[in-house]
Structure formats: structure tokens, C-alpha cells
Ligand binder design. Structure first.
Ligand SMILES: NC(=O)c1ccc[n+]([C@@H]2O[C@H](COP(=O)([O-])OP(=O)(O)OC[C@H]3O[C@@H](n4cnc5c(N)ncnc54)[C@H](OP(=O)(O)O)[C@@H]3O)[C@@H](O)[C@H]2O)c1
Length: 383
């Protein structure tokens, strides 16, 4: 059966498959008068043009929507940039207490804030660190000795700061002091290794914060905690990641608890930067020392090849990830201290932004696979 109709150019069109058992007269009565396509060039062209124009309309709507969303995102960035560009006034009257100023980020931050006009109280671990910092800073900067693991030292520093700041209170404390060694596979370490690092990286942060919190509340100031991107993901063993996860947690609860007092709490989560903490030779020597003290049965489980491959990988990873521009971290710290509207989190470093943080949001089965594939396995490995 077929249906007789006419195309837009007047040609009769026989549509097959319609009215198989119909008579001729009934077929004629069912002639469809509306124009329909046939295989003639004119009809084909008009069909093609109609379809193209439909697609163009659709593409135009999609493009408009895309541009609208893009515009909204751009607007959001501009508003954020404007909001975040504002800095607090009266820097000369604001005291900032920074721990771990002998070297690395702490040292650069204290010099940077000193240049910007803040009254910096730079806590150094060594006398040498204090002397060197004094030589390159203004009279506004004061150095003090501080061991964050020693409660007496923390108390003395807080008393000295209280006498300095008086009724104004303390504008900011930057908990920067930290250590990264010993680091290695978990069963290469002892509980003392864990406790020693937690004493500096976590208990030190908590103790220093508590010692000056009343002064910070008085100034409606800030607490800036230097964690690490390894407070968000844990790609290697040992106490470092454990301590930084702890700092993240302390930071988050403190932020909520202090919000009502007008105190802002910010966390800095850097990726890999070239400082003592990531000194390749120090880290490799530490691994060799840990290996040397292992009992023979653990050494047999891992095999000497494991140690050699781990040292090789370490070289490779540090070369890939380490950034020598410490100012990327220091400007985040400065923003957290000096901006009218500081962020709650900063993740300086391309590796942190585009590798470690995105990876931290992946399901565990994916992150585990990535890490296991890219790390040496023990001699007795079941994988
Ligand atoms: N570099 C990175 O890639 C990286 C990445 C993420 C997070 N971080 C964190 O950034 C912070 C600063 O480290 P950094 O990279 O600048 O390394 P750094 O140069 O070693 O700075 C750490 C500072 O802490 C001091 N310190 C060590 N133990 C202390 C103690 N018990 N009491 C007081 N001060 C002590 C050190 O003094 P001495 O120099 O005299 O030992 C040093 O001045 C650390 O919390 C670290 O975990 C670093």
C-alpha cells in the first residue's frame, strides 16, 4: 500500500507502505494536499536548508546561554577580585606574631610584613636566626626566642607580646613553625617519631594559639594556620600528614568558635616549595637513617631495591613538583593577615591546585590506584 501526495514543487509523491489494501477511489480521496518533500533537487535543498536553519537557531540559543554563564563567572571573579583587593588600614598600629622565622616562609613573611609597615614579632628557634633577621629588617620588627614544644617558652613569648601590644590586642598570629622529618613508610617509624612531630606541628600550633587568643579576641584579629595540601590527602606514610590533618581540623573548629567574636581564621595549604622542609638531601638521608635502624625481618620484607627505588622516585617527584617562588605562599599569608576580607583557605602552588586537591576529591579506589601504581612495592608485595 502507498499514499499519493504532492511535494512543495507540485510533483506527485508516492509514499510507500500506506493503504496496502485500499481501492483506487479511496486512495484518490486520501490525497494529501499539504506540500511534502520528494527526492527532487528543489525539495532536497529546502529540507537541508530547513534543517540547517533549525540547527543554527539551536546553536545560537546554546551560544547565548554559554556567553551568559561565562559572563556570570567573569562577573563573579571581578567582584571577588575587588572585594579581596581591599587591605586593612593603620598597619603601623597592628602587631603580627609569626612562629618559625629562622628560614623559609616564616622568614620571608616577617620581612615582607615589616616592609608593609606592620609591627612584626618574629619568633625564631635559634639565636642565629634572630641575629640574621634583625640585620635585614626595620626597628619595628622584634625577634623573640620560641620553641613551640616547650610550654614555658610559649608562655614567656605570650607574656612579652601582651606587654608590647597593651590594650590594642594582637592583630594576628601566624602558626608557621613546622618540621617534616622523619618521614617514611609507617612501619619504619616508632611512636616517639610520631609524638615528636605532632608536638611541633600540631600541639605547638594549638599551644601558641591558646596562649594569645585573648589578645586576638581583643583586637578582633586573625589566626593564620600553616597546614599543607598533605592535610587534605595522604600520599606517604609517617606523622607529617597526620599532623597536618590535625591542623586542618583545629583550624576549622577554631574558625567556627571564633566567628562570634569577630576573629577570622584562615588556613594555608601549600604544595611543594623549595625550603628546608623539602630539601632533597635531608629527606634522602633521613630515609637512609630510618632504613639502617630497621630490624632485619622488616628489611627482608622490603628488600634493598625498595629503598633504592624510593630514593630515585623522591628525586624525580621533587624535581617535578618543587616550586622555588616562595612569594606565592608568602602573598597568601600576607592576604590572610592584611586583607579586609581574607579567604578561609589558600592553596598556593600549581601542584596543590591542579593535582593534589582535585585528587583529594576522587573516590579512594582511584587515589589508591594512582599512588600504588607510582610508588615502589616491597619485595614480598601481594599486588
Ligand atoms: N616547603 C613546603 O613545601 C611546605 C609545604 C607545605 C607546608 N609547609 C609548612 O610550612 C611551614 C614552614 O616551613 P618551611 O617550608 O618554611 O620550612 P623551614 O624553612 O624549615 O621553616 C620551618 C621553621 O620552623 C622552625 N622550627 C622547627 N622546629 C621548631 C620548634 N620546635 N619551635 C619553633 N620553631 C621551630 C624552623 O627553625 P630551624 O630552621 O631553626 O629549624 C624553621 O624556621 C611548616 O609548617 C611546613 O610544614 C611547607
Amino acid at each position: 500500500m502507498s499514499l499519493l501526495t504532492h511535494c512543495s514543487c507540485g510533483n506527485p509523491v508516492d509514499i510507500p507502505g500506506s493503504g496496502l489494501h485500499e481501492s483506487n477511489s479511496s486512495r484518490k480521496s486520501r490525497i494529501v494536499r499539504s506540500p511534502s518533500p520528494c527526492a527532487c533537487p528543489r525539495c532536497l535543498l529546502s529540507t537541508v536548508l530547513r534543517r540547517v536553519s533549525q540547527r543554527l537557531v539551536f546553536a545560537e540559543i546554546s551560544l547565548k546561554m554559554f556567553l551568559f554563564v561565562l559572563g556570570l563567572v567573569a562577573l563573579w571573579f571581578v567582584v571577588r577580585w575587588y572585594k579581596e583587593s581591599k587591605r586593612v588600614s593603620n598597619k603601623e598600629g597592628k602587631y603580627v606574631y609569626i612562629t618559625g622565622c629562622d628560614s623559609g616562609f616564616g622568614n620571608q613573611l616577617s620581612r615582607h610584613l615589616d616592609k608593609l609597615g606592620f609591627c612584626v614579632i618574629a619568633a625564631c628557634y635559634t639565636g642565629k636566626g634572630e641575629d640574621e633577621l634583625k640585620k635585614v629588617s626595620s626597628d619595628r620588627l622584634t625577634t623573640i626566642h620560641l620553641d613551640v614544644t616547650d610550654s614555658e617558652s610559649v608562655r614567656e613569648a605570650a607574656a612579652l607580646i601582651q606587654s608590647r601590644v597593651g590594650q590594642k590586642g594582637l592583630w594576628a598570629v601566624v602558626n608557621n613553625a613546622g618540621v617534616a622529618l622523619p618521614s617514611g613508610p609507617t612501619d619504619w617509624l616508632t611512636i616517639e617519631d610520631y609524638k615528636n612531630m605532632l608536638d611541633v606541628n600540631l600541639c605547638g600550633v594549638i599551644n601558641v594559639t591558646l596562649s594569645v587568643l585573648p589578645l586576638i579576641k581583643k583586637a578582633k584579629g586573625r589566626v593564620v594556620n600553616v597546614a599543607s595540601v598533605f592535610g587534605r590527602i595522604s600520599p606517604f606514610g609517617g606523622p607529617y600528614c597526620v599532623s597536618k590533618y590535625g591542623v586542618e581540623s583545629f583550624n576549622d573548629s577554631l574558625r567556627l568558635n571564633m566567628a562570634g567574636f569577630g576573629v577570622k581564621v584562615a588556613c594555608i595549604e601549600p604544595g611543594f616549595f623549595s625550603t628546608n622542609v623539602t630539601n632533597t638531601e635531608l629527606v634522602k638521608n633521613n630515609l637512609r637513617e630510618l632504613w639502617d635502624r630497621l630490624p632485619q625481618d622488616v628489611k627482608d620484607d622490603y628488600g634493598h631495591v625498595f629503598l633504592e627505588k624510593t630514593l630515585e622516585k623522591l628525586d624525580e617527584r621533587f624535581r617535578q613538583f618543587k616550586d622555588s617562588d616562595l612569594m606565592k605562599v608568602v602573598s597568601c599569608m600576607e592576604h590572610a593577615v592584611a586583607a579586609v576580607h581574607p579567604r578561609t583557605r589558600y592553596s598556593p602552588g600549581w601542584d596543590a591546585k591542579f593535582f593534589w586537591l582535585p585528587l583529594s576529591y576522587m573516590p579512594t579506589c582511584i587515589t589508591d590506584r594512582v599512588f600504588l601504581r607510582n610508588s615502589p612495592q616491597p619485595a614480598v608485595s601481594a599486588l
